[in-house]
Design a protein around this ligand. Structure first.
Ligand code: NAD
Ligand code: UGA
Length: 478
């Protein structure tokens, strides 16, 4: 393989491609293109609209800092295309970052990872490869997927001399901070068959790419199976922290403790650390739930029922938190929200993204509508069409607004679903003036100044905070 770090390349640039131009493929490849101007990077996808968007001024995903990098590199050493076969044929290294959702039907339905897209990508690679390839698993996959993929590649490639070296290089970026995460990662994990020379060489080649901007001590080498499992484990540990603090939030409400103070006390223990201890209405996003379910399913398949149940309970706690929030809203508002306008501020699963996959706003919204509410939704980055798709079957009870002000006009209550910074800057005195009374605030992210809101006259419910006397009478139903 040619030297991927050579700053003075021969006329032909070393070439890599990425199959899957989504939330991972787009930003990660843009970063490689920016940091490695001597490498030609092509991102391919079967979705023409997605590729068209990557080639336009309106990128298909919103991610702070992404536009600038794409615009600086596109057409120079960064290309987006639907010609998957050509990109594979000309690349020495092929990243695969296709979606790996939870299976909807069949064996392992609702738990196992659906590897249809991965296998299809592997079959395409096998069909068009005429030279040796390094295949980099970027998608999050069940442990030992590389083994299965290797079989698919070997059995489907017509040229028996073509060698495939498979690496696991899971992605740890978080949405909303993807570009800074990629520019300065805590670590880059590369798993390969390091017990043999070919595997070691393949790992070295990928290390060389990252070494263009990532300090060497942050590039971790591991065997394939450890790398694959570490990704699932990392997401499970992160989600478990949120479920743990959310479990505490329920107990705080029952005991008049304050979850922010508890989180602070916990976080100052250097063994625990302060991050990921924000109580919330529940974690969302495309990966936490799917990856935990997948991890638990793998445990089940290995006969580790107790281990599986332990991880399932992290998802169970998340579901409990969402339904607990809905119950709080209904019980606080005199057990009836029928025909009441409830403003929902935020729909994305976290701030600084337009992504709504598994957002807690969906379950909370559905719960409120089942109790008769009329939802008025405002999110600065999520389109009306996306909300309509996510809330299918419930849209008669939903109106989307272009401004928070319109959503709040005449509302009985406001629920904060996403921690967008702009919500903190609103004139809540003015908002109080346009809402029905009593005016309720249900802060599912604990981002507002609750004392200030109470001074204005709002009845405030905040997760894991001492319960407002007005709401005390509704206690015991949660
Ligand atoms: P995504 O749905 O945004 O993008 C996947 C893309 O792959 C889609 O555009 C789809 O059209 C394309 N695709 C599917 N099959 C294809 C094929 N055979 N050939 C060409 N293109 C194909 O998904 P994502 O959020 O980018 O996630 C991708 C993987 O990365 C998943 O395994 C996910 O678990 C993992 N991951 C995601 C994140 C995240 O923040 N979203 C972070 C870390 C890891
Ligand atoms: C998460 C991980 O953080 C990434 O490392 C991983 O690569 C990615 O999943 C993935 O595999 O897809 P992401 O889901 O984009 O990233 O965003 P997070 O910041 O982890 O937030 C996930 C959810 O947890 C959000 O709904 C967020 O609001 C919630 N959260 C986060 C809390 O409720 N409390 C917290 O303290 C932190």
């Amino acid at each position: 393989m040619s030297n991927l770090t050579n700053p003075y390349p021969s006329p032909l640039l070393p070439t890599v491609c990425c199959i899957g131009a989504g939330y991972v493929g787009g930003p990660t490849m843009a970063m490689i293109a920016q940091k490695c101007p001597h490498i030609k990077v092509t991102v391919v996808d079967i979705s023409q609209p997605r590729i068209d968007a990557w080639n336009s001024d309106e990128l298909p995903i919103y991610e702070p800092g992404l536009d600038e990098v794409v615009k600086a590199c596109r057409g120079k050493n960064l290309f987006f295309s639907t010609d998957v076969a050509v990109a594979i044929a000309e690349s020495e290294m092929i990243f695969v970052s296709v979606n790996t959702p939870t299976k909807k039907t069949g064996l392992g339905k609702g738990k196992a990872a659906d590897l249809t897209y991965w296998e299809s990508a592997a079959r395409t690679i096998a069909a068009v490869s005429k030279s040796n390839k390094i295949i980099v698993e970027k998608s999050t996959v069940p442990v030992r997927t590389a083994e299965a993929i290797e079989k698919v590649l070997k059995r489907n490639c017509s040229d028996a001399t073509v060698q495939f070296d498979i690496l696991s290089n899971p992605e740890f970026l978080a949405e909303g901070t993807a570009m800074t995460d990629l520019a300065a990662p805590d670590r880059v994990l590369i798993g390969g068959k390091i017990e043999g020379q070919a595997g070691k060489d393949a790992v070295d080649s990928l290390c060389e790419v990252y070494a263009n901007w990532v300090p060497e001590e942050r590039i971790l080498r591991a065997n394939l199976w450890s790398a694959e499992l570490s990704k699932l484990a990392a997401n499970a540990f992160l989600a478990q922290r949120i479920s743990s603090i959310n479990a505490m939030s329920a107990l705080c409400e029952a005991t008049s403790a304050d979850v922010s103070q508890v989180a602070h006390a916990l976080g100052t223990d250097s063994r625990i650390g302060p991050k990921f201890l924000n109580a919330s209405v529940g974690f969302g996003g495309s990966c936490f739930q799917k990856d935990i379910l997948n991890l638990a399913y793998i445990c089940e398949c290995h006969g580790l029922k107790e281990v599986a149940d332990y991880w399932y309970s992290v998802v169970g706690m998340n579901d409990y938190q969402k339904s607990r929030f809905v119950k709080r809203v209904v019980s606080a508002m005199f057990n009836t929200i029928r025909n009441k306008k409830i403003a929902m501020l935020g729909f994305a699963f976290k701030k600084d993204t337009g992504d709504t996959r598994e957002t807690p706003a969906i379950d909370v919204g559905k719960g409120l509508i089942e109790d008769g509410a009329e939802l008025a939704i405002y999110d600065p980055k999520v389109s009306d069409e996306q909300i309509a798709m996510d809330m299918e079957g419930m849209n008669d009870n939903i109106t989307c607004y272009k401004t928070a002000k319109e959503a709040l006009q005449d509302a009985h209550a406001v629920t904060i679903m996403t921690e967008w910074d702009e919500f903190k800057t609103y004139d809540w005195q003015e908002i109080y003036g346009v809402m029905q009374k009593p005016a309720f605030v249900f802060d599912g992210r604990n981002i507002l100044d609750h004392d200030h809101l109470k001074e204005i006259g709002f009845i405030v419910y905040a997760l894991g905070k001492p319960i407002d006397p007005f709401l005390k009478s509704a206690e015991g139903v949660i």
